[in-house]
Ligand binder design. Structure first.
Ligand SMILES: [Zn+2]
Length: 197
């Protein structure tokens, strides 16, 4: 087992790097959320000017070998306050089988927003509609199996997903979002939860 930090899998040795302010800023900002310099500074324990300098560092290429496409965006909010966010792309590898030719396995390489592996699987499916995605992994070693897809919305279902329901009689999966919607709809119809699927 590799150690976990904020939901991401890290190689051993990364914890040392996390000590640096640059890494702390990156690990905070890679979720793509807009933040003020004050919020960044408070979260990583540095000054606002330090946070500003680390955001500038993030634009430099030497730190971004694993995440080659990354940009720091800024926008001015009401009251003249600036907010920043980091948009990062990650390379996903999606192993797929072709049902028409069972001997042929392919790996689709997809660039997508960091942490959006479901969307990467979806993109791979669009690239190779005849193929069935089996596995998705990234350069940092995170590897997930594709169990199937939600029979209602088509969202890929990975073995890391929580809140996944099996649709009896469908032989397929229902994602948490659709299950919640169905439950709300069923309750409006006066159905008991066990009668929904
Ligand atoms: Zn769904």
């Amino acid at each position: 087992m590799q150690p976990h930090f904020d939901g991401a899998t890290l190689q051993s040795g990364d914890h040392t790097r996390l000590q640096t302010a640059l890494s702390r800023v990156w690990h905070l900002m890679r979720d793509g959320q807009w933040r003020t310099l004050r919020e960044v500074a408070d979260a990583v324990g540095c000054s606002e000017s330090g946070a500003s300098a680390r955001l500038r560092d993030l634009r430099k290429t030497k730190f971004s070998r694993q995440h080659p496409t990354r940009e720091v965006q800024s926008r001015r909010a009401a009251g003249g306050l600036w907010r920043y966010r980091v948009v990062a792309l990650e390379t996903y590898y999606v192993a797929m089988t072709d049902p028409a030719n069972r001997r042929r396995d392919i790996v689709a390489v997809v660039q997508h927003d960091w942490g959006r592996r479901h969307d990467a699987v979806r993109a791979a499916r669009t690239l190779h509609p005849q193929c069935t995605p089996q596995e998705v992994w990234t350069d940092d070693g995170q590897d997930f199996h594709v169990l199937g897809q939600c029979w209602e919305c088509g969202q890929p279902i990975l073995d890391s997903d929580e809140e996944v329901h099996r649709g009896t009689g469908h032989g397929e999966y229902l994602c948490g979002t659709c299950a919640a919607t169905d439950a709300a709809y069923g309750l409006r119809l006066g159905l008991k939860p066990e009668e929904l699927h």
